[in-house]
Design a protein. Structure first.
Length: 473
């Protein structure tokens, strides 16, 4: 059914979260659950009202005028809510206009350029997401065929729907001649296009630096997401805790300290959430070894010791800086094995707040990373220097193998090392089409941020490039 589409879900429903924390859970357990599930449960962002209003005004103008001859360029540091803000606005507009997608005045298409096997693959990806084109496809299209198919579509004066196109990680479409980007943006100048386009990247000057023709001829409207400040991070932490009725799990001064420290460094909301989770995990780990010995005190807390204190928050922040539980294991993996981990964390980061990931999506992203690595190899760009002395000496050599077969071996190794674990059966059943779609989640001692930090430290240049395009310390 054309109406059933991942693009209809602004914050991915693919992650299989537990609906509620365990029955009878104490405040600390509920707080730990809330800090992970908060975004998916609240379905709203905090501190981005002005930026979202700018996005809403732009898209609304595009719907009113049947498209716009300018692009909305959205920039900002990682972790500042760029993509989630746009998706939330589009979800609100979709609900506002109501009705099935076929009768809606617009069709929303979201493409993450980092997921593509090559810059030119964006044309085929857009074709697959336009129902009127997808229904007519009888096989895969070449880049040129897909581009010309879309050009005919955008010059059809009889088409009534406005296309709202969001290109995430648009800097991944950069080529030497910028042919892909110019072809993409040139559609805006077609009178019949009925196209409203938004582009997201981390750098502010990409239009002027790489696309002067777009900036001068078509016009660029901007929305810049600044790093979260102390007050915004405090509100985010408090609102997340409310999700599990766990507001009293952390003292106000401890939350204020965490917000101030993160605001003073990266302004990344994910980091603030991670520090708070670490403080809770340390308390629960200490209590787990002494169950039954702390019966007195505040009965709302598992160990009776009351809320997380300022001192505990300070210690948790230091512990995160001193130790990374994934670093030793991941640093000893081969390059291609780390690329599989890279594929997983990139997809989980894209699905903000997701704790699980469908195996098929991880494999497709891994195949895209292999294709990118092969392109670098073919043009003489060495992806990693460390492999010269790696035990897996040919780990960087890109061979013509089925990615799903390689992935199966990686998943088995990750399960043994307690880095990842499969949901809905063992990894041997992961890729059998007859089984329900299996999911992966990280082990108890490792999360997405741990893996990202470690890959940034020990990964090859391709890994660092992809992470820095959507993650920066």
């Amino acid at each position: 059914d054309d109406d059933d589409d991942e693009d209809e879900m602004p914050i991915s429903n693919l992650a299989q979260e537990k609906d509620e924390p365990p029955a009878g859970a104490g405040l600390l357990t509920r707080a730990a659950w809330s800090l992970k599930a908060g975004l998916q449960r609240t379905r709203r962002l905090f501190g981005r009202e002005e930026e979202q209003e700018d996005v809403r005004d732009f898209v609304t103008a595009g719907l009113q005028h049947g498209g716009l001859k300018e692009v909305l360029y959205i920039s900002g540091m990682p972790g500042t809510g760029k993509t989630a803000s746009v998706l939330e606005v589009m979800d609100q507009l979709r609900q506002q206009h109501g009705g099935p997608r076929r009768t809606s005045p617009f069709l929303f298409i979201h493409v993450n350029a980092m997921c593509l096997s090559s810059p030119g693959a964006i044309f085929g990806e857009i074709c697959r997401k336009v129902p009127g084109i997808a229904r007519t496809l009888r096989g895969s299209l070449t880049e040129s065929q897909a581009y010309h198919t879309l050009t005919r579509y955008f010059t059809d004066a009889n088409r009534r729907q406005v296309i709202v196109l969001l290109v995430d990680e648009v800097d991944c479409l950069v080529t030497q001649a910028q042919t892909v980007l110019y072809r993409l943006f040139d559609w805006l100048s077609v009178p019949e296009a009925k196209l409203t386009m938004m582009a997201i990247a981390n750098t502010m000057d990409l239009p002027e630096r790489l696309l002067p023709r777009v900036a001068s001829r078509l016009g660029v409207r901007r929305v810049n997401f600044l790093p979260y400040n102390r007050a915004q991070l405090t509100s985010i932490l408090q609102e997340y805790l409310k999700v599990g009725n766990a507001e009293e799990a952390i003292r106000d001064d401890a939350i204020a300290l965490c917000a101030a420290r993160v605001a003073g460094s990266t302004g990344d909301a994910r980091k603030a959430l991670q520090v708070c989770r670490r403080a809770i995990d340390l308390r629960l780990q200490a209590w787990d070894g002494q169950k039954g010995k702390n019966a007195s005190g505040d009965e709302r807390f598992e160990d009776g010791r009351g809320p997380i204190s300022l001192q505990e928050m300070t210690f948790a922040e230091g512990a995160m800086l001193r130790a990374n539980p994934a670093k030793l294991i991941i640093s000893e993996l081969s390059t291609k094995t780390r690329w599989m981990l890279l594929a997983i964390v990139l997809e989980m980061r894209q699905r903000q707040g997701a704790l699980t990931l469908p195996v098929g999506i991880a494999v497709r992203r891994y195949a895209g990373i292999l294709a990118m690595a092969k392109r670098r190899q073919l043009i003489g760009t060495q992806a990693t220097a460390e492999d010269d002395n790696d035990d897996d000496a040919d780990g960087w050599e890109i061979k013509e193998e089925r990615p799903e077969i390689e992935a199966l071996g990686f998943f088995e190794r990750f399960e043994v090392l307690a880095i990842l674990r499969p949901i809905f059966g063992g990894v041997r059943g992961c890729l059998q089409r007859s089984n329900p779609e299996p999911f992966l989640e990280f082990g108890d001692s490792v999360d997405v941020d741990d893996v990202i930090d470690t890959l940034l430290n020990v990964g090859d240049e391709l890994t660092k490039d992809l992470l820095r395009s959507g993650h920066q310390e």
